[in-house]
Design a binder for this molecule. Structure first.
Ligand code: SF4
Ligand code: SF4
Length: 76
């Protein structure tokens, strides 16, 4: 699972942090160029892929990618 936050778009509203049931996201300790304290991913290992963060973000600044599972091909 990967969660990306575009900190050039994020305005630090905190909705994704509030929505995330797994505490994957928190506020960053730095500000972006617009002066917003943005969200950042810090416990990606807890992510369930529910996409509540992505759905809730009003600015489309966060998105979730489920990594492809490895395909094992049996040889004859
Ligand atoms: S996909 Fe779900 S668990 Fe993962 S960061 Fe977003 S809200 Fe949290
Ligand atoms: S909901 Fe979107 S704009 Fe708000 S803090 Fe999260 S990523 Fe940033």
């Amino acid at each position: 699972m990967k969660v990306y936050i575009d900190d050039t778009i994020c305005k630090g509203c905190g909705i994704c942090i509030y929505y995330c049931p797994k505490n994957v996201i928190r506020f960053s300790s730095v500000q972006n160029r617009k002066g917003f304290t943005t969200a950042e991913v810090y416990k990606i290992e807890n992510c369930s892929g529910c996409k509540l963060c992505e759905i809730g973000c009003p600015d489309f600044a966060i998105y979730v990618i489920k990594e492809a599972t490895q395909t094992i091909v049996a040889k004859e």
